[in-house]
Design a protein around this ligand. Structure first.
Ligand code: NAD
Length: 482
């Protein structure tokens, strides 16, 4: 009753607390966005389960801390091996649960899950150098000490990848973890808990509490026994979390939304610009980093728009399990309606829908057609709010200074893309852009050693490499007299 078999994997629908499966009185449905099938009835946790999970994680902390980076690395490597062994099942399960492309899960996302674990386990062993420098003959010795229980709260657009991007460094740093996955995509986290157990992770080191953000999530971030809160999600939720965290002064790391600019200069390689622009529809537009504002130099705007429309017309939309599919469904009916609402309001305000513009009637279900909006009013909602669907808006600019001004005219600062024919010109542009990550003539090249995060309302803090450990650990300086 508490287990379902999906994609060849046994999925336990209960919480995972202190190494045990724990049920709740209530459940919620996990529904596949592919066809509306109810996949599972998942335990709906609240403050009682949260108290239990934080207590278990606190009890497990001294043992995990004292294992040291080397002992933890051994277990984390075994865990990464198990992820790789179950990669096909995990990829299929994630596709069923969140509707993203199966081939992406197989080739990119699930390998990255294993990498998230392995990379930070190795980094804790080899790359956290302990700088020693002298002050009037005294040695300053810096260490990254485990800090306690890290709460990790994640969204639905890349569930296990985004969860392990936080879990990997938190566990490697010696913290214990309580994860609350998004309620629209709870399933792979549960399988991951089984893998932790099989890897030999001591009970209570990794815990999963399932449930709604306003119930389990809210109880977790208000808990006084928590040392760190790592949250990936939307700005309104981040504000609520920060208010709760303030009561306990719990440090937060926030990775939030974006409305990233995609600048195409008049000397850009147009084919390259169009290729990269098409990628902004990846994951049906449900990507925080997407360059959703196409800012194109006026000299090439017509040529770009024509080629872009031709290419967009060839995008294959359909079942995310088909190899040929490029864009799958939106995650949920509520989200599809939200995306539709943005486009309808833009239209009502006089913007032009160059192509797309609504749900895909041929496919039915939750499919929204790749869409381009043109001639939107400066400052209008479609140019300023995060849609989080396959909806791009195009504007033109006359000079590089204009491009920078348009690009920075947003409350977000997560990423930017620049397609430009000249390196020095690109450097002048990027110098003035406000964003955590900028890609020049490329997109989505990610190195786990590099800092990642958002400026302005796109986040607080940076993770990646030592930046991750600066957050999850207590950084300590000890001064030794000569
Ligand atoms: P969301 O903020 O609605 O939910 C995210 C998580 O927070 C879910 O697990 C939810 O249950 C939980 N939550 C909701 N209310 C809560 C509360 N009061 N207290 C504690 N937890 C609560 O976001 P979403 O719709 O799931 O995800 C989409 C958003 O995530 C977009 O804005 C997207 O840009 C952003 N995102 C950012 C990044 C990044 O790396 N910067 C990556 C992926 C997604």
């Amino acid at each position: 009753m508490h287990q379902v078999t999906l994609a060849g994997l046994t999925v336990d629908t209960r919480h995972y607390i202190g190494g045990q499966r724990v049920a709740s009185d209530d459940t919620f449905e996990s529904v596949s966005p592919i066809d509306g099938q109810v996949l599972a009835h998942v335990a709906r946790g609240g403050s009682a389960e949260v108290d239990q999970a934080v207590a278990a994680a606190r009890a497990a902390f001294p043992g995990w801390r004292d294992l040291g980076a080397e002992g933890r690395r051994e277990i984390l490597h075994r865990l990464a091996d198990l992820v790789e062994r179950d990669l096909e099942g995990l990829a299929n399960l994630e596709t069923l649960d969140n509707g993203s492309l199966l081939r992406s899960h197989r080739r990119g996302v699930m390998p990255r899950v294993a990498m998230n674990i392995r990379f930070f386990a190795d980094w804790a062993m080899n790359k956290l150098d302990h700088p020693v420098w002298q002050t009037r003959g005294h040695d300053n010795v810096v260490t990254w000490d485990p800090s306690g229980v890290a709460v990790i709260i994640t969204p639905w657009n890349a569930p296990l990848m985004l969860a392990t991007w936080r879990i990997g460094p938190a566990l490697a740093a010696g913290d214990t973890v309580v994860l609350k996955p998004a309620e629209w995509t709870p399933l792979t986290a549960s399988v991951f808990a089984d893998l932790c157990e099989r890897a030999g992770m001591p009970a209570g080191v990794f815990n999963v509490v399932q449930g709604y953000g306003t119930e389990a999530g809210a109880a977790l971030v208000a808990h006084p026994g928590v040392a760190r809160i790592a949250f990936t999600g939307s700005v309104p939720t981040a504000k609520a979390i920060m208010r709760s965290a303030a009561d306990n002064l719990t440090p937060v790391s926030f990775e939030l939304g974006g409305k990233s600019p995609f600048i195409v200069t008049d000397d850009a390689d147009l084919d390259l610009a169009v290729d990269i622009a098409i990628e902004q529809y990846d994951n049906a537009g449900q990507v925080c980093l997407s360059g959703t504002r196409l800012l194109v130099h006026e000299n090439i705007a017509d040529a770009f728009a024509k080629r872009f429309a031709e290419r967009a017309a060839q995008i294959v939309q359909g079942d995310p399990r088909d190899e040929a599919t490029q864009i799958g469904p939106q995650i949920h009916r509520v989200h599809l309606d939200r995306v539709t609402g943005f486009v309808e309001r833009a239209r009502a305000e006089g913007a032009q829908v160059a192509f797309g513009g609504g749900p895909n009637d041929e496919l039915g279900g939750l499919y929204f057609r790749p869409t381009l909006i043109a001639d939107a009013k400066p400052g209008s909602e479609i140019l300023t709010a995060e849609v989080f669907g396959p909806v791009l808006a195009m504007q033109t600019f006359a000079s590089d200074d204009d491009a920078v001004e348009l690009a920075n005219n947003t409350e977000f600062g997560l990423a930017a893309v620049v397609v430009c024919g000249d390196r020095e010109r690109a450097e002048r542009l990027t110098k003035n852009l406000v964003a955590g990550t900028i890609w020049v003539n490329c997109f989505f090249v990610r190195d786990l050693a590099a800092p990642f995060g958002g400026s302005k309302k796109s986040g607080i803090g940076r993770e990646g490499g030592t930046w991750s450990f600066d957050f999850y650990a207590d950084v300590k300086n000890t001064v030794y007299a000569p």
